[in-house]
Design a binder for this molecule. Structure first.
Ligand code: NJP
Length: 233
């Protein structure tokens, strides 16, 4: 059995991933802030599962998530840094508060979980899966700060790749539009109404989850470092 922590497991891609994993092969740790949703999901899953209510912006909560995981299951083999959000807006209209929230969740949240996990991952010859984005590679209008955070996520993945080669596997999953609650965080009503159909016609969370499962099933001596997925239309 391998032990996998999934952040942002209460919705979208994280939830779909939890449902897609083979319960006979994984101990699944579900992390997010929405306690009841996580508990309902845990009740639905067949295998060993633990709910850890975690705000990834809270350093102590992230340390506790990793400690509880190691105490309960004996190892941390896979960390999926999936929790993330985007507020789409022009720079001149965006609020500093929303910019900070994106940095706090998408970048610091990844680091807050990665730091306490690393000793366990090195010991387990484990795997970090960071959910990046097409926005890890390109900068689009109305999403400058979001793109900056996802560029940072890609850089974090690359630093794991170059420094921990042979010790810890790392994969960046870089999707384009996926039909989740993601776009509904955008408070600029004009941008939201212009983009919501684009996202509603995007890929499904199950499609992204299937690719993560595929990455986890790569041969022991192989690592898939990145998958870029775009809607085909
Ligand atoms: O979005 P959504 P996705 N602490 O809104 C959690 C990236 N992505 O599945 O805490 C802990 O359904 C939140 O949980 P809760 C995107 O950037 C997406 O699409 O209970 N968790 C929920 O489970 C993100 O990195 C698209 O509110 C926190 C989850 O995050 C990843 O995919 C395209 C949290 C968000 O679920 C999953 O997003 C792309 C916190 N402070 C990249 N704040 C796309 N959908 O089109 C939020 O390129 N969460």
């Amino acid at each position: 059995m391998k032990t996998i922590i999934i952040t942002g497991a209460s919705s979208g891609i994280g939830k779909a991933l939890a449902r897609s994993l083979d319960p006979t092969r994984y101990n699944i740790v579900l992390a997010a802030r929405s306690k009841e949703v996580l508990e309902d999901l845990a009740a639905e899953l067949q295998g060993p599962t633990m709910v850890c209510v975690t705000d990834v912006t809270d350093v102590e909560a992230c340390k506790s998530l990793v400690k509880k995981t190691a105490d309960r299951f004996g190892s941390v083999d896979i960390l999926v840094n999936n929790a993330g959000l985007g507020f789409m807006d022009q720079l001149v209209d965006g609020t500093l508060e929303q910019w900070h929230t994106m940095v706090d969740v998408n970048v610091k949240g990844v680091l807050n979980c990665l730091h306490p996990c690393l000793p366990h991952l090195v010991q387990a010859k484990g795997h970090v899966i960071n959910i990046g984005s097409i926005a890890s590679h390109y900068v689009f209008p109305n999403s400058g700060v979001y793109c900056a955070t996802k560029h940072a996520v890609f850089a974090i993945s690359e630093s794991i790749r170059v420094e921990l080669m042979g010790k810890v596997k790392v994969t960046t999953i870089s999707p384009g539009a996926v039909d989740t609650d993601f776009i509904n965080k955008t408070t600029n009503e004009t941008i939201h109404s212009n983009m919501k159909d684009y996202f509603a016609n995007g890929m499904t969370s199950d499609t992204i989850a299937a690719q993560i499962v595929h990455v986890l099933d790569a041969p022991e001596n192989t690592v898939v470092n990145e998958i870029i997925l775009r809607p085909f239309r």
